[in-house]
Ligand binder design. Sequence first.
Ligand code: FES
Length: 293
Amino acid sequence: MSLMGILDRVADLDAFDKVIEPARRAVQGALKPQALKDFLHGSWLGHPLHPVLVQVPVGSWVSAGLLDAIPSMRPAATVLIGTGVAAAVPASLAGAADWSEQGTGVRRLGAIHATLNIAALGLYVGSLAARGKGRDTLGRVLSYSGLGIAGGSAAIGGHMSYAQSSGASHAATAARALTTEWIDLGPLDDLPEGRPALRTGQGGSVAVPLVAVRRGTRVDVFVGACSHLSGPLYEGMIEKVAGEDCLVCPWHGSAFDLEKGQPRRGPAANPQEKLEVRMDAGRVMARVPGRHR
Ligand code: FES
């Protein structure tokens, strides 16, 4: 079994769910109001914020490890370690916000990821304290230990992103399965007014759910699987969020504006994939955008 395959086995274990679930609820309760959560998710950015923020502590600590190997550069290494410690706080908050809205397997690995990160942060804080007292050798032992643990934790975070698709757009995956031809969604008059309606697009040998929203003669069509975790948007509702008419996911309440599919409320950080639409003799035709053709 590969090293990362072991992580998949760990993600199957329910042994610590009794601890993880209360922790998840505590994080959700602590991160308020919704605007703060949305900021931490990266809904305003159209991209998860956590992977952006972690560049600073990871980069600072790796660089500090290199500079610590050169005696004359050790004061600079201490500055970088302090920078990484300060930057780890917002990065952790963004990660905690995302983690609290993920599926079971991601939450299990995420709990290990968070525990290791806290351990690494503690070692770096200890390293700064030791360096401040002139105990430089102990300071370097602690920071190199922190670097090793942070590196292992980063590998787990990468597995969560790439193997478990946390933070990835689930709507983009569904869009790539769609045919590149125009899809006939039926007569305009068959669509209900102001409510999401399920329609089906063809993709290779599979049917891909789409969601169509009619407002008068205008129709907006999106991939039916929510970009957050594939929730059924066609079972959602239309709501005004942040002054925009939005399609709201029934699973975790993410809101995507009908105009462009941008997230106006999290936990989704990625936009919802929107299809091109044209009318043909009273029938609604939709096509996947050029980036997926
Ligand atoms: S699946 Fe989570 S908000 Fe849609």
